[in-house]
Design a protein around this ligand. Structure first.
Ligand code: PLP
Length: 374
C-alpha cells in the first residue's frame, strides 16, 4: 500500500508532470516572471470558471483578506464579525488593520458561522461580516446576505477552503463560493483544493469600481504608473505559479469529485456509529471536502489520533484552540455563548483527504478508526 499522507501532492503532480514542467520552463524561457501573460490568462480563465466579473490575483490568501478589508475604507475600531472556529488568518488581518474582531459561535453540524450569533453580535459599529466556507462547504450565505443588507454591512467570503463549491439560493440560482458577496478571497497554498507550487491567492468581485480599487491596492496603491494615490501593498501572484495554476484549473472539478468520492467512502464506513458523527452535507451547498472532519463523541478523540499515528495514519485536529482564547486575539467572552465551538475543539479530527486516496488506503483508514472506536 502506498504510504498514507494527509495530503499527497506528489502523486497528484506526477499525473500532470509533463504539462506542468513544460509550462514552468516556458515561463523561464520568456523571463516574464512578474505580471507576465500567464497571470493575465489565469485570471481570465478563473473568471470564466467561477462566472465572476473580476479575479484579482495576489500573493496569498491572507493578503487577499487584508486587501479586501483595505478596499472597504473601514476606520480604526470598526467591528468585523467572524467565526471563532477558523484558521487564524481570517482574524489576523482584522487586527493588523486595527479593526475590532467580533468572534461568534458556529453551527455544530456545518462548522460554519452561526447566523443567529451574527445577529446578536451586530452593533452600530459593525461594518462587515467574514463568513468562512470552512472545510469545503459554504456558510449560510442566503441568510448572511440578508442580514448584511438589513444592516448595511459588507460581506467578505473567505473562500480559501471551498473553491469550486456551489451554493444554491432558495430561488434556484446557483453561484460559486467566493462570488456571492461584496468580495471573496481565496488561497492557492499547495494543499488547498486548487493549489499552486508555492504561495498564491486571489480576490473575486462583480463590482467594477471595487475591482479597480483592489487592483490598485495590490500594486502599491498605483492607478497610474508612479502615481501613488493611497497606501497599498506589494502582493503579486508570480508567473510561474500562474502557469502551474493554468494547468491545474481544468482538473479542479475532477479533483473535487475525487475528494467527494473519498468522503462518500468514509461516510458509508462510519454511518450510524453511535460515537462517530460524519460531516453534515448542507442542502444548499455542494461540498468540496477540503477536509473530512469527524466528530468523536466518546471523549477519546486524542487517543484515536494516537492510535492512528501508530498505524501510520496521519490525522489532524483542525482547530485545537478557539480564536477567542488565542494569546494574540484574546477576547473577553462568556463560554456559554460558544457552546458549539468549544464542543468541536474537543471532538473534531480530520482524516487524510486529497485527490489521490485509493480504496486500499481508505479501507485501511476506516478499518483502523472502527477498530479503535469499536
Ligand atoms: C489557508 C487559509 C487562509 C490563508 O491562506 P494563505 O494563502 O496561506 O495565506 C485563510 N483563511 C482560511 C480559512 C484558510 O484555510
Amino acid at each position: 500500500m502506498k504510504k498514507i499522507q494527509m495530503v499527497d501532492l506528489q502523486s497528484q503532480y506526477y499525473k500532470i508532470k509533463n504539462d506542468v514542467d513544460n509550462a514552468v520552463l516556458n515561463v523561464m524561457d520568456s523571463a516574464a516572471f512578474i505580471n507576465g501573460p500567464e497571470v493575465k490568462s489565469f485570471q481570465n480563465e478563473l473568471e470564466s470558471y467561477l462566472e465572476v466579473k473580476h479575479v484579482i490575483p495576489c500573493a496569498n490568501g491572507t493578503d487577499a483578506l487584508q486587501i479586501a478589508l483595505m478596499a472597504l475604507d473601514l476606520k480604526e475600531g470598526d467591528e468585523v464579525i467572524t467565526a471563532d472556529f477558523t484558521f487564524a488568518a481570517t482574524v489576523e488581518v482584522i487586527h493588523l488593520l486595527k479593526l475590532k474582531s467580533v468572534l461568534v459561535d458556529v453551527d455544530y453540524d456545518t462548522f460554519t458561522i452561526s447566523t443567529e450569533e451574527i445577529k446578536k453580535a451586530i452593533t452600530p459599529r459593525t461594518k462587515a461580516i467574514i463568513p468562512v466556507h470552512i472545510f469545503g462547504q459554504c456558510a449560510n450565505m442566503e441568510e448572511i446576505l440578508k442580514i448584511a443588507e438589513e444592516h448595511n454591512l459588507y460581506v467578505i467570503e473567505d473562500n480559501a477552503q471551498a473553491i469550486g463549491a456551489q451554493y444554491r439560493f432558495s430561488d434556484g440560482t446557483q453561484k460559486y463560493a467566493g462570488t456571492m458577496a461584496t468580495v471573496g478571497t481565496t488561497s492557492f497554498f499547495p494543499s488547498k483544493n486548487l493549489g499552486c507550487y508555492g504561495d498564491g491567492g486571489a480576490l473575486f468581485t462583480n463590482n467594477d469600481e471595487l475591482a479597480h480599487r483592489l487592483r490598485g491596492i495590490v500594486n502599491h496603491g498605483m492607478y497610474e504608473r508612479y502615481y501613488h494615490d493611497e497606501v497599498g501593498v506589494n502582493s503579486r501572484l508570480d508567473s510561474i505559479q500562474a502557469a502551474v495554476l493554468r494547468k491545474k484549473l481544468p482538473h479542479l472539478d475532477t479533483y473535487n469529485e475525487a475528494r467527494r468520492k473519498a468522503a462518500d467512502y468514509y461516510d458509508e464506513a462510519f454511518a450510524g456509529h453511535v460515537n462517530i458523527l460524519t460531516p453534515k452535507r448542507s442542502e444548499s451547498s455542494t461540498h468540496v471536502f477540503h477536509q473530512y472532519t469527524l466528530r468523536i463523541l466518546n471523549g477519546k478523540r486524542n487517543e484515536l489520533q494516537k492510535f492512528l499515528a501508530e498505524k501510520e495514519i496521519p490525522a489532524m485536529i483542525y482547530y485545537p484552540v478557539a480564536l477567542r482564547k488565542q494569546k494574540a486575539y484574546f477576547q473577553e467572552s462568556n463560554d456559554a455563548d460558544f457552546v458549539n465551538t468549544d464542543k468541536l475543539l474537543d471532538q473534531v479530527i480530520s482524516l487524510p483527504m486529497h485527490t489521490e486516496l485509493d480504496e486500499e488506503q481508505l479501507k485501511y483508514i476506516t478499518d483502523a478508526v472502527l477498530e479503535f472506536m469499536g
